[in-house]
Design a binder for this molecule. Sequence first.
Ligand SMILES: Nc1ncnc2c1ncn2[C@@H]1O[C@H](COP(=O)(O)OP(=O)(O)OP(=O)(O)O)[C@@H](O)[C@H]1O
Ligand SMILES: [Mg+2]
Length: 248
Amino acid sequence: MTKNVILRVEGLTKKFGKFVALENVNVSFPEGQLTAIIGPNGAGKSTFFNLISGEISPSRGKIYYYDRDITDVPQYKFSKLGIAKSFQITNIFPELSTLENVRIAIQAMHSKYQLWKNRNELSSLRDEAYDLLGVVGLQDRAKRRADTLAHGEQRSLEIAIALACNPRLLLLDEPTAGMSPEETVDLMDLATKLAVDRTILIVEHKMKLIMGISHHLVVFHQGKLLAEGSPDEVRNNDDVKRVYLGSR
Ligand SMILES: Nc1ncnc2c1ncn2[C@@H]1O[C@H](COP(=O)(O)OP(=O)(O)OP(=O)(O)O)[C@@H](O)[C@H]1O
Ligand SMILES: [Mg+2]
């Protein structure tokens, strides 16, 4: 069965000065799957992530979302297209409650131009926000100030904020960074749950865990695409074995 392609890059290249961080990458991401982007330190994973999320521009190459060329689309338009991302860097309002953080994100999507809301609308926005907190398992933290949440809970809150635009494509760069083993397992469960009705791209270092939940893997090494395929295909790929045995 051929799958729809949600995102595709062609000849994607990124140079920082003379240094080529990513070189002529051609890769497609199947819709409705959880794809992990893996590779050793410095492989170009975050550079790739930043390119496909519109954070930085390529030196060369094209990025297509479905069949639309989004290479030059400014990043602020991504949420309207249905692309959302959650960063290693936090984008939470620390002094607001967990619920208010999500409510503001939803409100920003609903009405860019209408600042004042009547009471009914506000309460329905809060209901939506509360539902999203349920998706990420934070309903019992709704009233807590965001800066009092545990690290893993803050990462989950960021995902709830990213989900506020109801994205078709959710991009996550090392969501488990700094998490405890328990928080990491919870996050992997959440990613699995979210992948049921949307496409997820996730940059992840924790090989064993990510192999267990991914449908598809893309492996970078020294700025180049090294391999791609199902977890079994990638696990048994000689180039991948060589790189991982050599580096860790
Ligand atoms: N803004 C930049 N300026 C110069 N060099 C950069 C810049 N960003 C990344 N690089 C270099 O590009 C290469 C790829 O970096 P990148 O952050 O994409 O790797 P990564 O695969 O995400 O690594 P990690 O697993 O450590 O997060 C590295 O050698 C890095 O030093
Ligand atoms: Mg990185």
